[in-house]
Design a protein around this ligand. Structure first.
Ligand code: SF4
Ligand code: SF4
Length: 127
């Protein structure tokens, strides 16, 4: 499949970040890296507890990176997030965080940012 090599519209990313700023900021600050959410993720369990499937890993390595860089990420970075966001999470909403972090919401927000730049899995791709 041909890769999209266009630049990135940082304004669109910034708009999504701004709309969700309060919740993203709170979540990033609240995460205690305790790994408790991992126990409730069936994909983490099914992949022999591979740390890359931990819910916290999934949002920190995607939205967390975009947020820290204030949306100034390049296309390669977004493309690298694609498998994390679509292959390692099915948005089943079963993950539990004692700090009240809404992990599926954070993954969804990261997906929206990727989609705003035409980065997403298509029907003819292996998702
Ligand atoms: S359970 Fe909550 S606080 Fe602990 S690592 Fe997961 S997201 Fe972070
Ligand atoms: S929403 Fe994603 S991270 Fe949470 S339990 Fe389901 S697959 Fe795991």
């Amino acid at each position: 499949m041909k890769k999209n090599t266009k630049g990135v519209d940082h304004r669109k990313i910034k708009n999504i970040l701004d709309k969700n700023k309060a919740k993203i900021e709170l979540s990033m600050k609240a995460c205690a890296h305790c790994s408790m959410c991992a126990e409730s993720c069936f994909l983490f369990q099914a992949r022999n507890k591979d740390p890359r499937y931990m819910p916290s890993y999934k949002f920190l390595k995607t939205l967390g990176v975009i947020y820290k860089k204030k949306g100034k990420v390049d296309r390669v970075t977004l493309e690298e997030m694609k498998p994390i966001l679509w292959k390692r999470c099915v948005l089943c909403t079963r993950c539990y965080c004692p700090m009240g972090i809404d992990i599926p919401y954070l993954i969804r927000t990261a997906r929206s940012i990727c989609r705003s730049q035409d980065v997403y899995y298509r029907y003819d791709e292996d998702a």
